[in-house]
Design a protein around this ligand. Structure first.
Ligand code: C5P
Length: 229
């Protein structure tokens, strides 16, 4: 396939308070990473790079093989870095063959519908990146030192999810620029835009929420119809 999906799963998960790397924490009988990979392999055919926490590459490979089934030749595991950006860079270094489109996906968005992965991949062009995003429902305030200092017009804002999709050549060039500038961005779309590229957005979905806190894990369990394990 000329599409690759880099699944970043190397975060420590300190906010989850589960005592294990976040991606390996169970939702039901299956881990966050396994659910994320089930979604990835249910989407369009793609090369799949799992970026694993250092020391847990074997666990990640087992999850990859379980999700991939007879398509395990499409998958590879690499070791992540200290920041998300470094983990994505490790994934980019591991691409092989004639990949033209790269999707970067948070393993922590474990219940992302495969249709969202497909929609992002379809929307990427030779020049433009794509992010799935949801409208902001809360009323937002700018705050400082305990005081509300300004209102924020939420109609101008959107909450970005993953996978985020990009033309490979421009994404690799943008990563090289970020490394030489020594800048860390919060997501790939910001890094890609900082290099002068255009990023478009398509509709995200509620199920693509990121599992960050114990409450998020509980929500994922409820969505799967499972009780805590
Ligand atoms: O920490 P946060 O929830 O924002 O992380 C988003 C995604 O990036 C997660 O899937 C996490 O595993 C991944 N990540 C990574 N390497 C890091 C930090 C985060 O792969 N050093």
């Amino acid at each position: 396939p000329d599409i690759a999906i880099i699944v970043v799963a190397a975060g420590s998960g300190t906010r989850l308070e589960a005592g294990a790397p976040k991606a390996l924490v169970g939702i039901d009988a299956h881990s966050i990473l396994r659910h994320a990979l089930d979604g990835v392999f249910a989407a369009l055919p793609a090369q799949v790079i799992v970026v694993a926490p250092a020391g847990h590459e074997g666990d990640a490979l087992a999850e990859l093989e379980a999700a991939a089934g007879d398509r395990r030749d499409l998958g590879r595991v690499v070791t992540g870095g200290a920041t998300r950006q470094q983990s994505v860079a490790a994934g980019l270094d591991a691409l092989w063959g004639d990949v033209k489109t790269v999707l970067v996906h948070d393993a922590a968005r474990a219940l992302t519908p495969p249709s969202q992965i497909d929609a992002v991949a379809r929307a990427v062009t030779a020049q433009e990146g794509v992010v799935p995003a949801l409208p902001v429902v809360d009323t937002l305030k700018k705050v400082a030192d305990g005081a509300v200092v300004a209102a924020v017009d939420r109609s101008e804002l959107a909450a970005a999810q993953t996978p985020q999709g990009f033309p490979r050549a421009a994404l690799e060039a943008a990563y090289a620029e970020a490394v030489s500038a020594g800048v860390e961005y919060t997501d790939d779309a910001a890094l890609f835009a900082a290099a002068g590229n255009t990023v478009r957005h398509i509709d995200g979905s509620a199920r693509a929420f990121k599992i960050t806190t114990p409450d998020d894990l509980e929500r994922a369990r409820h969505l799967l119809g499972a009780s805590a394990t």
